[in-house]
Design a protein around this ligand. Sequence first.
Ligand code: GTP
Ligand code: MG
Length: 590
Amino acid sequence: MSSLMKLIKYGGHYMPNIIISLVAMVIQVVTGFYVIRLMVVIIDDALPAMDTTLLLRTGALMIGVALIGLAMGIVNNFNSQKVAMYVTADLRDDLFEKIQALSFTNIDKFKTSRLITTATNDVQRIQQFFQMLLRIIVRAPLMFGIGLYMAIDTSRSLSNIFFISLPLLIITIVVIMILAFPRYMKVQKTIDGLNRVTLETANSPRVIKSFVTTDHENERFETANQLFKNTNLAAEKISFAGEPIFMVIFNATIAGILFLGAYFMDQGLLISTVSGVALPDVGLLMAFNSYSMQILFGLLMFAMVMIFISRALASANRIVEVLEEEIDLQDCVDCIEQFDVAGSITFNNVSFAYEKDGNRVLKDISFDIEAGQRVGIIGSTGSGKSSLIQLIPRLYDTTEGDVLIDGVNVKQLNIKALRSQIGYVTQTATIFSGSVGTNLMMGRPDASFDDLERATKLAQADDFILTYDDLFNHEIQQKGTNLSGGQKQRISLARAFVRDPKILILDDSTSAVDAKSEEAILNEIERLSHRMTTIVISQKISTIKDMDKILVLNNKGRIDGFDTHENLMKHSEVYQEIALSQVGGGVPSA
Ligand code: GTP
Ligand code: MG
């Protein structure tokens, strides 16, 4: 319940709307009771005395009061919708901000599909809850409370019926809530499953189609869909079962009132005297009946709120869990905020595992790179090359040992300032929908046209970008589907060059680029080496052999050598093996 209270606090910013909504609701409920009062006047006074003036006047007043009730209902509805929309928009903003701030370890824990469900479906449930809350929270207790007071005031003896029906209704509501909550929690989890399959399928249409695994994917989706349907049905069944039970108790109470009323009249107890004649008090019975309906409707609404609360509670728990997740990779308290990176990099006995107590993918790694040096990294697939370089912009923290830049531990540096001076081109080129320009300017938002042009030339991307009629405005589809693999890599490279970084890291970023362009890119890097330190990961010796130094990783996550090509060919077994396997690829054997 505390998680729901935390979200209710979001309503605090919209107090005026909440107050207007609640006041309108109070007026609407009061007008409802006033209409019953006026009805009693018509039945008890106007009709028996055949007083048409009183009849017309009371009738007109009834219509006026009912119209005010209607208007207040609209005011309440409008304001409660508004508050619900605004609150959930704020909630979505906060969630999005938090999700952006989560570290990779945090994201691995939650899983992407779960974060998507929370930011969409869970928030939607909170929106429905807010709409419901403001419409019913005041109405239900008011209808119940005033109704009960008026009913007892009208007839104490008839009110005895509530001793039976009210406990029955309350017990039903409590049982439904206890049964529904865990089921709704399960429903949200099955939505995560649905999202996961949909995400994976939507992300890899080419693989699925080329491997003809559409049937397999359909089956996977079908399983997740069935699970969602069945879990949802199990939860909804509980709510559905409640409705007929409520209606039976509701109707039995009304029937009981009429039965008791008739019995009392028969016994000469419910009698009123009009013009000296003793008649059964029909007005009183009708009024009592109407008050009872208000009481029962009040309770029914309360039951509905309870069902919405069970649903909302499941979602609120999940939202608050994300909002309160402790980010494990944060800026230190007294970080160095402003600094200019010169470019030297030191690894001191670094070990790294992706998970706590998990398998170490890097073990006891130590090396020094001087500012302006060009360093290649090579090693077999899965040897830990990508893992190693991700420690430099502090995408992950080391498990043991330290990474230093210009002699300062990266944990002592403001993360944003550090990352903004590093150009990191990931192993799989990541392109966003938009234009070539918007993709490049992610490197530096204030880049000028000349900056973009210079960066595209350095990345050898000018040969295709400059042929577009609309140049940098050329549209790029989602995930860069209208670009070739090599074009995507060159745009990613250009994005890093736009930044004019002090440290440039290329993770196998020229693998899909033709040999001539790759050579040109490497020449540009050499020309710029007085301005930046460069680390180039590659599977090909031909790409890195001219670098100042080459770091060789063995398949146990340890360093096998850190030297020049010539020396490694003499001393590093791993390097020799790789070179030997690539002799046909144009690398002269030593
Ligand atoms: P290639 O890019 O294929 O040449 O390999 P690499 O040398 O870049 O290897 P990488 O650093 O990506 O992976 C080293 C080890 O870490 C492998 O055994 C992977 O299974 C593991 N690994 C990589 N990324 C992750 C991750 O995000 N989570 C977890 N748990 N393990 C990972
Ligand atoms: Mg890699």
